[in-house]
Design a binder for this molecule. Structure first.
Ligand code: S3P
Length: 417
């Protein structure tokens, strides 16, 4: 099977394409509610985006300082990546920009981006730490050395994007490595980026040019199928052309540690990102521990890990993952409460969860996605693995990242792929 283009890379390709010179052709764009919000945002800022095909876009770049003040607020929908990255770019534009989002996004912390941007000289305000976020662009920016208080690729990216407009050098120090799609893309676009093991620096760019971005398959969209293959007896799944950025694939290491049969073939580079084929086959799993250092490498896959752990012999634990409480839902509470209702032995910790694997399969029952796309995918895979199946409430939440998810899962479950 294959999965749609990576959501993180798709957001970034549109945003960076918007401030490039000339046309950026985005191939295998991961179309979803989240990434459509990003297309809508750059259009509102005066950028022309042609949709040649459902997954081929051409962004007509406005140049580094060419974005225009929109007529009204920019609606980021459910997209945290959009709301957190865009202020970095807007700080370098002239005008007043207001970013709003849906109820879930409006409950998520935004000071984490506003604070470093303010240190750079930008006028950014939040509403009690949340959306609406207002950027009064055009103030002169200066480079800073910023040590991230939390391991967040979104905050790192916002600061680096603002660094394109700042006098001198801007350096972000990371407590732990997080996804580096922004660095890779800016480097490809010709920005003066310097990478060290624990930090990344950027200097103002004269101009950016991308040309074409081929987006790798989204590892986070492949993950539900890989976990399904690992826990549904007799299964084997191969995902083709999936992104294998080492800062995204922590789940593969964890599944291997648990005894899953994992193979990676045909590693290659696609548009500056590693991709390849991943195969997972079912086998008996044992529990494992995930510590803080590993968390950023599978932060969006931790709900699926909880499900795998339910089907593994012995105990499993996740520590140092308090960031999960600030995702589209509080993913510690949501995962624990919803999996419990399906018969899992799982309990919450302040910074993660603890699972006692059951030799039998989960019973099944009703799972409420709470509007969270990762919960929806978790529930569907839990349904496949369970004895009685799972009835999903709020199943449409998958639209946020993977609109065709259920069709692919149904075909795969029927052995049609
Ligand atoms: C993302 C970074 C992660 C991740 C999110 C996408 C990105 O968030 O959870 O789904 O595209 O940069 P944080 O950077 O806040 O950890």
């Amino acid at each position: 099977m294959a999965v749609p283009g990576d959501k993180s890379v798709s957001h970034r390709a549109v945003l960076v394409g918007a401030i490039c010179e000339g046309e950026t052709r985005i191939v295998r764009f991961g179309r979803s509610a989240d990434t459509e919000a990003t297309v809508g945002a750059v259009r509102a800022l005066g950028v022309e985006v042609e949709e040649l095909d459902v997954d081929t876009l051409v962004v007509h770049g406005a140049g580094l300082r060419g974005l225009h003040e929109p007529a009204g607020p920019i609606d980021c929908g459910n997209a945290g990546t959009l709301m957190r990255l865009l202020p970095g770019i807007l700080a370098g534009q002239r005008g007043r920009f207001e970013l709003v989002g849906d109820a879930s996004l409006s409950a998520r912390p935004m000071e984490r981006v506003a604070e470093p941007l303010r240190r750079m000289g930008a006028a950014v305000s939040t509403t009690d730490g949340h959306a609406p976020v207002v950027v009064e662009g055009g103030a002169p920016l200066r480079g800073i050395d910023y040590e991230l208080p939390v391991a967040s690729a979104q905050v790192k990216s916002a600061v680096l994007l603002a660094g394109l407009y700042a006098e001198g050098e801007t350096t972000v120090v990371e407590p732990l490595p997080t996804r580096d799609h922004t660095e890779r893309l800016l480097e490809r676009a010709g920005a003066p980026v310097r990478r060290r093991p624990r930090s990344v620096s950027i200097r103002p760019a004269g101009r950016l040019v991308l040309g074409e971005v081929e987006v790798p398959g989204d590892f986070s969209s492949a993950a539900p199928f890989l976990v399904a293959a690992a826990i549904v007896p007799g299964s084997a799944v191969t995902v083709h052309g999936v992104g294998l950025n080492p800062r995204r694939t922590g789940l593969l290491d964890v599944l291997e540690r648990m005894g899953a049969r994992v193979a990676v073939y045909n590693r290659r580079l696609l548009g500056g990102e590693p991709v390849g084929e991943v195969e997972v086959r079912a086998s008996e799993l044992v529990g494992t521990a995930i510590e803080r250092e590993e968390v950023p490498l599978l932060v969006d896959e931790l709900p699926l890990f909880a499900l795998a752990a339910c089907h593994a012999r012995g105990e499993s634990i996740v520590r140092g993952a308090e960031e999960l409480r600030h995702k589209e839902t509080d993913r510690i509470e949501a995962v624990v409460e919803e999996l419990r209702r399906l018969g899992a032995h799982i309990r919450a910790r302040p910074d993660g969860f603890h699972v006692r694997g059951v030799p039998a399969r989960l019973r099944g029952g009703v799972l409420d996605t709470r509007g969270d796309h990762r919960l929806a995918m978790l529930g569907a895979v839990a349904g496949l693995a369970s004895r009685e199946g799972v009835e999903l409430h709020g199943a449409e939440a998958v639209e946020v990242s993977f609109p065709g998810f259920y069709a692919v899962l149904a075909q795969l479950a029927a052995g049609e792929r």
